[in-house]
Design a binder for this molecule. Structure first.
Ligand code: QAP
Ligand code: CO
Length: 167
């Protein structure tokens, strides 16, 4: 296993649209294991491959308290089943900032696991929100895109400063 470096907003690489995975298998099992290690270490509840500079359609999610319920989704898609709800979101690529975003509270998710087995599930509440957030990453989208320009600019400037101070 290996911990991966997480790209931070406004890194332009986070805007890359990820390509579909053609063939599941060991390569993606290893990638998912590394992503889970990176996410658990943070700690976080969701991570998209885009955030670790891998531009293929793979996300990992675990909303459990004990970090013992990992979900690995290749080529995930969803249909909306529920209602719009506002939820205070954060993101490992936007460290230290949390803002309210409108999502859907119930979705039907279709994907593959890392070995290629089909996944078909209903997700609700936090799990549904988290999956929507992570699929946005695969499309080059961040939660800050849903905020006002003013809020997004403030967040960008603060992160640019902390990235400069770190370097
Ligand atoms: C996405 O985000 C999410 O700012 C996953 O300093 C979040 O795991 C979906 C994190 C909330 C729905 C609701 C954020 C860790 C983790 C930070 C995360 C931070 C350290 C974010
Ligand atoms: Co995120």
């Amino acid at each position: 296993m290996a911990k991966l470096e997480i790209l931070e907003f406004p890194d332009p690489r986070l805007r890359t649209v990820a390509t579909p995975i053609e063939q599941a298998g060991p390569k993606y099992q290893q990638m998912a294991a590394d992503m889970l290690e990176t996410m658990y270490d943070a700690p976080g509840i969701g991570l998209a491959a885009s955030q670790v500079n891998i531009h293929e359609r793979l996300i990992v999610v675990d909303i459990s308290e004990d970090q013992d319920a990992p979900l690995v989704l290749l080529n995930p898609t969803y249909e909306v089943l529920g209602e719009a709800i506002d939820y205070q979101e954060g993101c490992l690529s936007v460290p230290g900032f949390y803002e309210s975003v409108t999502r859907f509270d119930k979705i039907h998710v279709t994907a593959m696991d890392a070995s290629g087995a089909p996944i078909d599930m209903i997700a609700d509440d936090l799990l549904a929100i988290c999956i929507q957030h992570e699929i946005d990453h695969l499309d080059g989208k961040l939660f800050v895109d849903y905020l006002s320009t003013l809020k997004r600019t403030r967040i960008r400037k603060k992160l640019e400063k902390s990235q400069r101070d770190k370097a």
